[in-house]
Design a protein. Structure first.
Length: 242
C-alpha cells in the first residue's frame, strides 16, 4: 500500500515522542499522530509466541528466541507486544510495516497480518534476500522490500564483491530477491540510489530519519514512497505544513 499522502510515514517502533518505543502505547500514539504505518519488529520466543521486539537480546544478553514469552517480559521489564494483539490494534486504523528480524517468522507473521489487515495494509521488509525471494513467490499480493545499508557485514560483503564487479549495483540484493521495494538507509539515499530505484521500477522506503531538516527534505522528495521515523508527530506536522 502507498497511502494517498506520499511520502507515507512509518512510525519506527511506534515512535518515541510520547511513549517508550516498541510498546502498545507507542503504537496507539503513532496512530494518533497520523502515521500511515506502524513498524513492528517481528521475532519468535522459545515457546513459539510471535512478538514485536526490536532488540535481539534482552536482560543480560539472552536472545529473545531462547526465552519464553513470560520470561521475555520479565527480562525486558515491560509488556512486550504480541504480534497478534498489535495487528488487532491497527485493524481499521492503520497499516503494518513488518520488519522481519528472524527469517523463520516470515510465513507465519505475514499470514497473520494478512488475516487481520489484508494485503493493502501491509508492507514487509527484511535483510534476508532468501526470505524476500520466498515471500515474493508465496505472497505475490504483499509489498516486500529488502533492506539495504546501515549494516556493516552487508556493506563489507558488497565492497568485496564490487572489487571483482565494479559495476555491481547496491540494489543487487533487492534485484536478486525479485522484490518490488528497496528499504534504503538515508545515508545511501543521498548517493543517488533513489534515482536508480525509480529507473528500475522499485518503490522506496528511506530510514530512519529524525532531524527536522532531514524530515523536511525527504518528505518533499518525490522519489520517496515511505519515510521511517522515530518522530511521527513531527513528521506528520511537517508533511501537513508542506
Amino acid at each position: 500500500m502507498i497511502p494517498s499522502l506520499v511520502p507515507a510515514i512509518s512510525a519506527h517502533r511506534g515512535g518515541s515522542e510520547r511513549a517508550a518505543p516498541g510498546t502498545y502505547q507507542a503504537y496507539r500514539e503513532a496512530l494518533a499522530a497520523g502515521a500511515d504505518y506502524v513498524e513492528l519488529d517481528v521475532r519468535r520466543t522459545a515457546d513459539g509466541v510471535l512478538v514485536s521486539c526490536h532488540q535481539e537480546r534482552v536482560g543480560r544478553g539472552q536472545k529473545v528466541a531462547s526465552v519464553s514469552y513470560s520470561r521475555l517480559g520479565r527480562l525486558a521489564r515491560y509488556e512486550v507486544p504480541r504480534l497478534d494483539e498489535a495487528l488487532r490494534l491497527l485493524a481499521g486504523r492503520g497499516a503494518a510495516h513488518l520488519d522481519l528480524k528472524d527469517p523463520g517468522t516470515a510465513a507465519a507473521s505475514v499470514d497473520r497480518a494478512l488475516g487481520v489487515l489484508g494485503p493493502v495494509h501491509l508492507l514487509v521488509t527484511t535483510r534476508d534476500t532468501g526470505t524476500a525471494a520466498a515471500l515474493a513467490v508465496s505472497h505475490p499480493s504483499v509489498a516486500v522490500g529488502v533492506t539495504v545499508g546501515g549494516d556493516l557485514p552487508q556493506t563489507t560483503r558488497f565492497a568485496a564483491r564490487r572489487v571483482r564487479h565494479p559495476r555491481l549495483s547496491r540494489l543487487e540484493p533487492v534485484l536478486a530477491a525479485g522484490a518490488g521495494w528497496a528499504a534504503v538507509h538515508q545515508r545511501l539515499a543521498r548517493s543517488g540510489l533513489l534515482a536508480e530505484c525509480r529507473s528500475r521500477g522499485l518503490a522506496t522506503v528511506v530510514w530512519t530519519v529524525n532531524r527536522d531538516a532531514a524530515l523536511a527534505r525527504w518528505l518533499a522528495c518525490p522519489a520517496v514512497d515511505v519515510l521511517v521515523t522515530d518522530r511521527p508527530f513531527r513528521a506528520a506536522a511537517i508533511r501537513a505544513g508542506r
